[in-house]
Design a binder for this molecule. Structure first.
Ligand code: ZN
Length: 162
């Protein structure tokens, strides 16, 4: 444990109030401050600490979400996902195109993997098709040498023709 006043290592820390701020101080430094009496002050101090802790936790969670969102990438099989979702809804490529304000040719290119949707298009597709097109890249975490290789565009096109 370190004394927050002199910075020395100490076995015993006391919480004292020095010029309005609460510090963990070694017995030597504690003399300069007012040692707070644990009982009554704790009662008032506790709720503040709890809400502060909650706030901090919330902030951490938000940061994590943002990070997760940013680290997500277009799924390698996005073309299949689009087509499957569209077929599930019984829409023709043309109908889907009309809904998201894109040409039929764009839909066909997306579904054959010839075109990668940009973020705005991904969001539209996800919303209208109720499908997830982005995911955290898993292949980056797996060792490169082992395991099957990822899907290539060629594989996707083969899958499409099935
Ligand atoms: Zn000290």
């Amino acid at each position: 444990m370190l004394c927050e006043v002199c910075g020395r290592q100490t076995q015993m820390l006391r919480v004292v109030s020095i010029e309005g701020s609460e510090l963990n101080a070694c017995p030597d430094c504690a003399r300069f401050g007012v040692e707070r009496s644990p009982k009554p002050k704790r009662m008032t101090a506790e709720p503040v600490r709890v809400s502060e802790a909650l706030e901090k936790r919330e902030k951490r969670a938000q940061t994590r979400d943002v990070f997760q969102e940013m680290s997500e990438e277009l799924a390698p099989d996005f073309a299949q996902r689009i087509r499957k979702a569209r077929e599930r809804l019984n829409w023709t490529p043309e109908e889907l195109g009309k809904k998201i304000n894109e040409k039929k040719s764009v839909i066909l290119k997306l579904e054959s993997g010839q075109m990668r949707p940009d973020d705005a298009l991904i969001r539209k597709l996800q919303r209208f098709l109720n499908v997830k097109l982005k995911e955290r890249p898993t292949q980056m975490m797996a060792p490169r040498s082992s395991g099957p290789r990822g899907l290539t565009l060629g594989d996707l096109i083969k899958l499409e023709k099935r």
